[in-house]
Design a protein around this ligand. Sequence first.
Ligand code: PRX
Length: 688
Amino acid sequence: MATPRAGAAAALGHLLSALSRQQQRLWSRPSAPWERPSSIRLLSGTAQASAPFLRGNYREVCERAAREPGPFWGALAREALLWDTPHHTDCEWDFVQGRIRWFLGGRLNVAVNCLDQHVQHYPDRVALIWEKDEPGTEEKVSYRELLDMTCRLANTLKRNGIKKEDRVAIYMPVSPLAVAAMLACARIGAIHTVVFAGFSAESLAGRINDSECKAVITCNQGVRGGRVIELKKTVDEAVKNCPSVKCVFVTQRTTNKIHTGSRDILLEEEMAKESSVCTPEIMDSEDMLFMLYTSGSTGKPKGIVHTQAGYLLYAALTHKHVFDYKQDDIFGCVADIGWITGHSYVVYGPLCNGSTTVLFESTPIYPNPGRYWETVERLKINQFYCAPTALRLLLKYGDEFVKKYDRSSLTTLGSVGEPINHEAWQWFYNVVGDGRCTLVDTWWQTETGGICIAPRPSEKGAEIVPAIAMRPFCGITPVLMDEKGKILEGNDVSGALCIAQPWPGIARTIYGDHERFIEAYFKAYPGYYFTGDGAYRTKKGYYQITGRMDDVLNISGHRLGTAEIEDAMDEHPAVPETAVISYPHDVKGEAAFAFVVLKDDTAHPETVTKELRAIVASKIAKYAVPDHVLVVKRLPKTRSGKIMRRLLQRIVTGNVNDMGDITTLDDSSVITEILDAYEEYKIKHPTL
Ligand code: PRX
């Protein structure tokens, strides 16, 4: 790929002097007296998330954070971020109305925090190591180069009419240009929505239309696991139905020619013509930074909105303290930027801290199952963060693929996205980490912006219990609720996991639908944020996540609503209704099982089930396709017509002797009918 570095060296002097002029303007902008209490100094120099909140006793700090969240985070925000104008009010919140605002009156630019401040002090420090699909072909990008790339891209967006508050979809795999695209939006105040490059054209179009994106940024093709992925073709198909899109910016990941449509703009060519200086837009703390779509319990994904200062502060502090990140460490989070983990721990957290962050383009098994560990050896990665599903896959291949590589650089290992089972935890800890690295199971969500429960930070030498997330981060106040909405006190209790007070990283709304935001997160337990997860508080007071309490599946660490899959399948003309449930899967964690009812006159049920799989792949994504599709005559329903998915789940998980309360079931003979069909199906599918 032609990295747009041309002229970077020549432009350096000009860039740095422009930068320092720019920054002088930024840092010395006078603020009205009411915006700047006398106790607050305007920040200058490098602000980094090296805030002192962990000096002293961890427990006391956490107690103070819980007692006075506003002043606690307020002081951290002043110290850890670089402001144009510091805030005058720490926080305003109302969990009944789902209204949360942090650092009011504050003004800053996220790209300046992630780039310019580091360029001023250490321009040649490596910001990104792009670990490309083919091992050994990595590319390094310094902070100066990333700023150059970001400014040129930002100027290209501006020249094509993109301005503050416009929405821009990014449909790209991880690459320096994808990171620059995110930061370019942040620099000019546009709102990015990154769509995972595995989503189908229809999913992409749905997200673009919901957020009325004015532009899409994509690649001609993607490359992953040695295979080429036709990204531009998918975008072409999607934007046919997206009237809001005025331009499609296309970068060249491969040498293949791009078919150019009337809206297409060749990004690298345009960037080369632009200036490498772009004055940052000064944003209010609570202006939108990005939205990211995630699944809920209805068929329609939600555009979760994160804002500027609170999100950035929380991503940076958790990155630093949960992983014990130290300057000059190489941070390796192998998530895709299409998910929140990629946003917070590949891009915003590490870059705000001036880190070197790895962009992993490949798969855990390409070209062989030693890929992660060979990468660790070659790049000398210090912190390695991945999903349990990858560990479960890799441990099947044996220890040799790990042991042949030098992993002595590793200090912290992290897992995210789904519960980590004991076998995977022990393998990660003992085989990958040689029993000497800290291993953190981190619990959080798209909505929380950053890690909320994790074993670290903690007091020196404090124990880590295998396979549980354990300790709330400072300022996070977990509460467990019983079925009646009463708070469960004491230890050794299980309930619905809620959080009692806001923290800066919490989402602010669902784009275009604040009512749904209230409904989804603040209605079930009034006055509390409901996570949708259940949790157990152990005898020692640690938290163990037990899984989703709503109709959301977690397939390989990715969220998917059962309703989304059902809605897609229901569109088949031969299918009057479907019910999708999850069941445990030894690699994916959970997999989808679909029960479908066909119209009486359906001649070829096998053809229909094949078509159903294809429909799900084209309407959502390949990973959403159910592993099993079983045709049944009827579904179990209550007298009021609600499908009782829990009964189907018990059949699939072999708990038929414990069906629970079936008094509301309309006709109990349906159970025997489905059981018979299931037994017959199992004979044909012995791996089930
Ligand atoms: O059910 C929890 C599970 O993943 C959900 C959040 O998914 P998403 O928004 O896609 O974000 C994933 C990456 C942060 C949660 O509601 N989850 C996440 N981490 C863990 C987890 N379940 C158990 N243990 C975890 N460490």
